[in-house]
Design a protein around this ligand. Structure first.
Ligand code: MLT
Length: 312
């Protein structure tokens, strides 16, 4: 029965809402991108696309749930360089395998990271270094949990400013950023998508952009090299995934729907405002995302090993 049922299922798909899972708290970078994409997916697929947030453990909780979801095209999700590449390097027994438990659908954008401090702590990296020198080992870095990209960016930043920081985990970058804005934690390395609006509003002090060029959205914020930390370079790729075993015709439709969403003029304008770089068509499909992950998983294993990271 099953082989007969599958084409029938694929033909009538989608006949009900499609859940887009986000393995981090609402209001964070992954969530912001998911909600913008969901609006366009809903139009092109003719069904509503509710976003479901399930944060925790560096994205593991929600990503594991996605890996175990029924592979019928009604549950899909976003993941990124942390959940789908770096996490195996940080955990002894990750409850999913990014390379074998998912069907990659589409790369959905790359976002630079920005180091930012709580208001009043420091206006520049040099000032932060002075503070660290006067308060050795006291800096707290908020992040979305071990293996999340705010954690990876935080580790790198800690290293380049030699701070020996304490990493403070949250269920997503949104509560981590919020606590830094409120002065509960000292600093954060987060994606541009959520730092830009806060830095513009003055609720957080952006210190350095982790890329070679300044961002037009934050023209006064120096690049890492200008701030004296040239090795602070990190950008986050994001991808859309379905659980392994989702029927081929549904995968093809989903991949095309994501790609069409990225071509949407209004979405591309919003992504550009948030400094999310949309991959060209040739680099965003299922195979390019699979190849990216095949390169990224061993790259992070090596980076973590070379950095002496002990898996937890
Ligand atoms: C989020 O959406 O909360 C972030 O992508 C989490 C992270 O820093 O990896």
């Amino acid at each position: 029965l099953v082989p007969l049922a599958r084409p029938a299922l694929a033909q009538s798909w989608p006949s009900r809402p499609i859940t887009l899972s986000v393995p981090f708290a609402a209001g964070g970078p992954t969530d912001v991108m998911a909600r913008l994409l969901a609006q366009r997916l809903a139009v092109s697929l003719g069904q509503s696309v509710p976003v479901e947030n399930l944060g925790g453990a560096g994205g593991i909780v929600g990503t594991e749930k996605l890996s175990r979801a029924r592979p019928d095209g009604y549950t899909i999700g976003l993941g990124h360089m942390g959940t789908h590449a770096a996490n195996p390097a940080f955990y002894k027994s990750l409850p999913y395998n990014p390379l074998t438990d998912f069907e990659p659908l589409c790369s959905v954008g790359t976002n630079p990271m920005i180091a930012a401090a709580r208001p009043g702590l420091a206006k520049t990296v040099a000032e932060l270094r002075d503070w660290v020198a006067k308060n050795p080992g006291q800096l707290t870095l908020a992040n979305a949990g071990t293996g999340s990209v705010s954690f990876l960016g935080g580790l790198l930043f800690d290293r380049v400013i030699s701070a020996r920081s304490t990493m403070v985990p949250y269920r997503g970058a949104a509560p981590a950023l919020q606590d830094t804005m409120n002065g509960v934690t000292d600093a954060i390395v987060d994606q541009a998508v959520t730092v830009i609006p806060q830095a513009r509003g003055g609720t957080i002090q952006a210190l350095a952009v982790a890329m070679p060029q300044r961002l037009p959205q934050l023209p006064d914020v120096p690049t890492a090299a200008e701030a004296g930390i040239p090795d602070f370079s990190i950008a986050v790729w994001n991808g859309a995934y379905a659980p392994k075993g989702t029927p081929e015709p549904i995968l093809a439709k989903l991949a095309e729907a994501f790609s069409a969403a990225l071509d949407d003029e209004a979405l591309s304008k919003q992504f550009t405002e948030y400094a999310v770089l949309i991959p060209p068509r040739a680099e965003r499909g299922r195979e390019p995302l699979r190849r990216l992950m095949q390169a990224e998983v061993p790259r992070w294993e090596k980076l973590a090993r070379d950095a002496g990271v002990e898996k937890q």
